[in-house]
Write a protein of this length. Structure first.
Length: 451
């Protein structure tokens, strides 16, 4: 990688990149202000705004979005008549979950075994550092050849749609010829990958009630309808015997025709315990990229510690349903709610509520931007051809941008390869991937400017 000036510059900037990522990771920027202070998110937003100003960005602004969070915007003008590229990342992060499970403090960037550990290191504060590295390398080697817009979202992990709604209300703000979403990841470390599809998602809350109040299980159990037992029955109805998702009316037999995902590799990536079977049917890629998948995210019920011998009067759950491209998330939500209501046993009262939604996404991989990225990846990853993979997760902003700017090309790259363990304890980023992808992004911007 040291055979070209861009690569040499990025390599020289890596110590600075580590120091900056450490500063960003230190902000506990979880956009759930019931759990974490809003000041932590505001601090991260201001850090990003200052970094953009230092790089010569004009029109830097903290955007107050409708969900009560802030997104950071900046514009870097390029040569007269140049194309415009929007670079996206998000600075909000998932909660650290079980802090005791972290080998090092979650909000303190720590180097270990050749990786940098910390919440948001890969998802997606590292994505912002990647953008900065790419731009700095170009500035040091003749200048940035395109107009650049940067948008750093403040609530992506919460799925509350603040930036989507803001963009819809200000459609001119994020207009671009090409959009690079820095919130995906290579299929594995060292294999250059663009994500060509994303599953959509709907979130549904279900409440089951059976009694006016809890009852003594010895006195009433056996005849009194248990709301928690009813909820368990309902949730179990969402899966077939092999674990496949079974929502009445929702197709689940699509196949993936791109990059294969070997079962043994998936077991290793997912850290499946020995002897435990994978769920579902078809190939692994079919199951995680091309088919719907339901997950029970949480259940409100008494914890084991402190539980009393009671028949439960009410219980509720939060359910996530991922849907593949070609399936409308709103229609999937209707089918899920109808299924839950129809499968509730014993005449129990049931209420369902949709509380979040994001549509699936499919990119046009035949576009000039993809050719420019393939050429850039070939330099950053010598001897490796760029691969196309799906991603089971959702980035709702992709569909908002695709709808607002139907002529724009959208590419998804990033640092969230399987070893990064995003959303889990001990999230980390590979500094080698950060370096390579920063080189690739810089070369892409140069290639795209002259395509």
């Amino acid at each position: 990688m040291s055979s070209n000036p861009v690569a040499e510059t990025v390599a020289s900037l890596m110590p600075r990149a580590r120091a900056e990522l450490a500063e960003l990771v230190a902000f506990q920027s979880v956009a759930d202000f019931g759990q974490y202070p809003k000041s932590e998110s505001e601090g991260a937003a201001n850090w990003i705004a200052d970094a953009l100003r230092a790089e010569g960005f004009t029109d830097v602004a903290l955007l107050d979005t409708p969900d009560g969070t802030q997104s950071v915007y900046g514009y870097l003008p390029g040569p007269e008549g140049a194309k415009t590229v929007l670079l996206y990342a998000h600075y909000d992060v998932q909660p650290p979950l079980d802090e005791a499970g972290w080998t090092s403090p979650p909000f303190e960037l720590t180097e270990r075994d050749g990786r940098w550990y910390g919440r948001g290191a890969a998802d997606c504060k590292g994505g912002l550092i990647m953008h900065l590295l790419a731009l700095r390398a170009l500035k040091a080697d003749g200048g940035v050849p395109v107009n650049v817009k940067v948008i750093a979202e403040g609530s992506e992990e919460q799925g509350t749609g603040g930036l989507e709604r803001y963009a819809e209300e200000h459609p001119e703000l994020l207009a671009a010829d090409t959009i690079v979403i820095g919130d995906a990841g290579n299929f594995r470390v060292g294999l250059p990958t663009v994500t060509s599809t994303l599953r959509g998602m709907t979130l549904v809350r279900v409440q089951v009630d059976t009694l006016e109040g809890n009852l003594h299980s010895g006195q009433f159990g056996g005849a009194a309808p248990d709301a928690l037992a009813a909820l368990i029955r309902v949730l179990d109805s969402l899966r077939a015997e092999d674990g496949s998702t079974t929502v009445e009316g929702l197709a689940g037999e699509s196949v993936w025709d791109g990059l294969a995902y070997e079962e043994e590799q998936f077991r290793k990536d997912a850290k499946v315990l020995d002897g435990v079977e994978l769920i579902g049917s078809g190939t692994v890629a079919d199951r995680i990229w091309a088919r719907p998948a339901v997950t029970v995210l949480g259940i409100d019920c008494p914890p084991v510690v402190g539980a009393t011998p009671s028949v439960q009067a009410g219980a509720r759950a939060l359910i996530s349903l991922r849907v593949p491209p070609g399936v409308d998330a709103g229609e999937a939500a209707k089918l899920l709610r109808a299924h839950l209501e129809a499968r509730t046993p014993w005449g129990a009262r049931v209420r369902t509520e949709q509380i979040g939604q994001g549509q699936a996404f499919r990119a046009d991989t035949r576009s000039p931007a993809y050719r420019a990225m393939a050429d850039a990846m070939a330099v950053a990853y010598p001897g490796q051809d760029m691969q196309y993979a799906g991603q089971g997760g959702s980035i709702p902003l992709c569909n908002t941008l695709a709808a607002l700017y139907p002529r724009a090309e959208i590419l998804l790259i990033g640092l969230s390869e399987p070893e990064a363990q995003i959303h889990a304890v001990n999230e980390s980023v590979s500094p080698e991937e950060l370096e390579r992808l920063s080189i690739a992004e810089a070369l892409f911007l140069r290639n795209y400017a002259t395509d």
